[in-house]
Write a protein that binds this ligand. Sequence first.
Ligand code: PHE
Length: 352
Amino acid sequence: MTNISGKIKELVKTAKKEVAVGDLERLEKLRVKFLGRKSELTKILKSLKDLSVEEKKKIGPVANEARIKINELIETKKEELLAEIDRQKNWIDVTAPGKKKYLGKLNLISQVQREIEEIFTKMGFEIADGPEIEDEWHNFSALNVPKDHPARDMQDTFWLESGNSQDEAEHNERKTFLPRTHTSNAQIRYMETHQPPFKIIVPGRCFRNEASDSTHEHTFHQFEALVVGDDISVANFKDIAQKFFAKFFGIEDLKVRLRPSYFPFTEPSFEFDISCTVCGGDGCKACKGGGWLEIGGAGMVNQRVFEASGYSKDKYQGFAWGFGLERLAMMKYQVDDIRLFADGDLRFVRQF
Ligand code: PHE
């Protein structure tokens, strides 16, 4: 019968080894394995009844002790594991990197819009607004862009369905609607209800029916500027524009230049450039070696636009421009694809 005692001792030894490396889940399995109904030890205990009284006396206590011992091993290990879990829960690793909580924030375009508004407010400008859904008169005709004039094709338009007559003679421009193609509609809207002198900027969303690529979007933002008074000149325009861009880009000696261009609502009209914000004008990749960056269109307000707004002809002078907000944001924050602004990718949004 000594081999039974030996077997029992062997069982305790194995149990000790296995319990030592067990986790909580494994411990329950080991309990079944060593103490369960089908376990080796239970089998031995059951077979005791077939033994002689003397043998029973010898093996019985050994088997019982083994059962108590194995149970103890499992219980102790379990307590250790639970204590460890508890310890880890309450333990603060002061060297661990902090968990960053993300706060909601403004889209980069809104941030840039506010920067621009702040600079202009400080220069005495008023921030004005205009409707995003506009009629044909305010978006085009009042701005001296007549129907069937090739200049209409400069801006691909999303026309909205309206109950308006298809018949040319009955066509009513004020009942034909479109998502505005530029913020210039706000020039007319503002002048209809205000008298000069005034200085305004109008930031806002515009829409054009064109395929998008890294520099074009069907929905984008512009900010219009309109300054009107008795003797506003191109020199005023250059000066204000220089001051704004110098401040916006943080480059004091930033230079501006005008190139002749054409817009129906300005005469004369310009394309407006600034010295490269990366190289300062020496020529680099950003300005394709030219030293200048194109910003947008501008010019002296065409007298026909004043007339359409209800002012008398040749009474006032003013300048206007319409610059793209995304373009400025892309230049300032080195964004290389305009589509990133609106596609909601948090990896992009959280960078700014
Ligand atoms: N509205 C013009 C555009 O969107 C820009 C512009 C505005 C040009 C004001 C001159 C004056 O292209």
